[in-house]
Design a protein around this ligand. Structure first.
Ligand SMILES: Cc1cc2nc3c(=O)[nH]c(=O)nc-3n(C[C@H](O)[C@H](O)[C@H](O)COP(=O)(O)O)c2cc1C
Length: 234
């Protein structure tokens, strides 16, 4: 990953929320072990998390086309930020000024002509800070082009069925604003970056669904970034 654009380090936090029935069942497969730990008395310690370096970047020059794009991403363990950065680089290559921020660090959408919102998924839905971001800025989102992407384990295998499942995760965002494009990508599991409760719960999973693994397909991620860049250019 090329971090030439003024990368800074930020602290992490955790997420909660509600879920659809199908998503809940899927999410249970990933989260049941961890929830058992969370509910069995480890309490606050279980939800604490190691320090995570979240990507934040901003081009220092005015883009050739004179328009600013925001790539805002929701992440718990940091890997979605690297996807956001790769997408930003592809859009930036089209001459746009592109900023990348974690969703909880965005103060305003003023000055942006379009927004890309990306998110990790947990328990069969987007993580809650992504949803909160979209709700907070729903008025502005209604006025400018938006595109969405999800990075998660369901997309470890890029099949029609998995795309259909993950597509449902985006429904709450579609209710706020219909996007010009949607991207579905495999994510990453790094147990050392999870909340300590999940680390304990999943530590014995060396080969199962929550074993460490990086399923991000950079070719398809960058191709999507280029596609969105083209669409923004009209
Ligand atoms: C506790 C937990 C629950 C998860 N639930 C889901 C899920 O329901 N569906 C899914 O596709 N991926 C699920 N994942 C996988 C994450 O979405 C994936 O690892 C993602 O790439 C993490 O992004 P981040 O590193 O930016 O946090 C879950 C991961 C964890 C740790």
């Amino acid at each position: 990953m090329d971090n030439k654009n003024n990368i800074t380090m930020l602290e992490s936090d955790t997420t909660t929320g509600k879920t659809s029935r199908r998503g809940f069942l899927k999410g249970c497969a990933y989260g049941a072990g961890g929830l058992m730990v969370l509910c069995s008395g480890l309490g606050v310690a279980a939800t604490r998390q190691p320090h995570i370096d979240f990507y934040e970047s901003s081009e220092n020059i005015t883009g050739v086309v004179g328009k600013k794009v925001l790539v805002a991403y929701g992440s718990i363990c940091g890997s979605t930020g690297e996807i956001a950065q790769a997408i930003a680089e592809e859009i930036g290559a089209k001459g746009y000024h592109v900023d990348v921020f974690p969703v909880d660090r965005v103060k305003s959408l003023d000055g942006y002509q379009s927004v890309i919102i990306g998110s990790a998924a947990r328990m069969g839905k987007l993580i809650s800070k992504t949803q909160k971001f979209a709700e907070k800025f729903s008025n502005k989102l209604a006025q400018i082009p938006a595109a969405y992407f999800v990075a998660c384990l369901t997309m470890k295998e890029d099949t029609e069925e998995n795309r259909a499942t993950v597509s449902t995760y985006l429904e709450p965002l579609r209710q706020i604003k219909l996007p010009i494009g949607e991207g579905f990508f495999g994510g990453k599991v790094d147990q050392s970056k999870m909340e300590y409760g999940f680390q304990i719960a999943f530590s014995s999973d060396k080969e199962g669904s929550m074993a460490d693994g990086d399923y991000r397909n950079w070719e398809s991620i960058r191709a999507w970034g280029q596609e969105i860049g083209q669409k923004l250019a009209g």
